[in-house]
Ligand binder design. Structure first.
Ligand code: A3P
Length: 329
């Protein structure tokens, strides 16, 4: 992989609020790039690690909550009134591997070295940009759970989220570093977001290339990569949580099934319950309000914002790009 010289990389400034840089075929937010290199150089995977990978707005928050609640259910039963998810936003419970702040907190393995096993770590990075130890053939670098979503719903969710993020950032005098935001647009229309998305220009896009990379990895190493679909999780959340638990090496026992633990985890992590937690109504992630992570949470909301012609065009792009991969949305 070529040495990273950020100013020399192609830039895209029309996707607020961060400039994107094209790096190894993907559009990565410029502020994230130092975290990408730090992770690639210094991250030491453990066999028990669980990585939660996704394109933004594909169900990351939900997956973080479900994985955390499932893996830690012995210590934190889902009905516990003191459960971490009742006091903290899922993004405060599970850190992103590429978050530069995670690497600035100490000189060695970032905040991750201090975490007890099994660690749950999220990432929006494409498979090809993960630290090598995670994806090696014989690697002992843990397991990956990937969540994908219909690109049309991902686009609409992204567009609405960006508008909220821009409005929130705009309401503050300065962003945290004072230099990270691109000029704030007076408007950001669905048509603008659509054209950029179709051109692959969105966070960690092209979305279909991101999905295709993990799809291939899940075919190559099915015991190490679990490929989930947002729409299937909506249809059968309990079945998918059982699948997730089994994959993470902590399948539910007959006693747990009997006691309704799976149902309790699904309820705790449901959109309505999380949305209603005080921390998710009033807290922030610094750059965005926590409430912005919880919207409708349905399949097919794209039809309320995109025309049939836009949908057909995006579907065709994705179908053509993924032709021959064996993957279909
Ligand atoms: P919508 O904007 O379509 O409603 P991410 O977590 O990757 O940022 O994705 C955000 C999307 O997931 C949003 O979709 C949001 O509403 C939905 N979401 C968040 N929490 C959820 C949950 N607990 N269950 C189902 N969907 C959820």
């Amino acid at each position: 992989m070529a040495e990273l010289v950020i100013p020399s990389l192609p830039v895209e400034t029309r996707c607020p609020p961060f400039p994107l840089r094209q790096y190894n075929g993907f559009w990565i937010p410029e502020p994230i790039l130092p975290g990408v290199t730090a992770a690639r150089a210094r991250f030491e995977p453990r066999p028990s690690d669980v990585f939660l990978a996704s394109v933004p707005k594909s169900g990351t928050t939900w997956l973080k909550a479900l994985a955390l609640a499932t893996l830690n259910r012995a210590k934190h039963p889902p009905c516990d009134p003191d459960h971490p998810l009742r006091h903290r936003n899922p993004h405060d419970c599970v850190e992103f591997l590429e978050a530069p702040v995670a690497w600035s907190k100490d000189g060695g393995g970032g905040v991750f070295a201090a975490l007890p096993s099994p660690r749950v770590i999220a990432t929006h990075l494409p498979c090809s940009l993960l630290p090598g130890g995670i994806t090696e053939e014989e690697g002992s670098g843990g397991r990956i759970v990937y969540i994908c979503r219909d690109p049309k719903d991902t686009l609409v969710s992204t567009w609405l989220y960006i508008k909220k993020m821009v409005a929130f950032a705009g309401a503050r005098a300065n962003d945290d570093d004072g230099k990270l935001l691109v000029p704030r647009p007076t408007s950001f229309t669905i048509e603008e977001a659509f054209e950029l998305f179709c051109d692959g220009r969105c966070v960690c896009g092209p979305q279909w290339r991101h999905v295709g990379g993990y799809w291939e990895e899940s075919k190559r190493r099915p015991e190490k990569v679990l490929f989930l679909r947002y729409e299937e999780m909506l249809e059968d959340p309990m079945g998918n949580v059982r699948k997730l638990a089994e994959f993470m090496g902590c399948a539910f026992s007959a006693e747990e099934e009997e006691a309704g633990v799976v149902r309790h985890i699904v309820e705790l992590c449901s959109l309505d319950v999380l949305k209603d937690m005080e921390v998710n109504k009033s807290g922030t992630q610094g750059y965005v309000k926590n409430e912005s992570f919880f919207r409708k949470g349905v399949a097919g909301d794209w039809s309320n914002h995109m025309t049939p012609a836009m949908a057909a065009r995006l579907d065709k792009i994705v179908k053509d790009e993924l032709h021959g991969s064996g993957f279909r949305f």
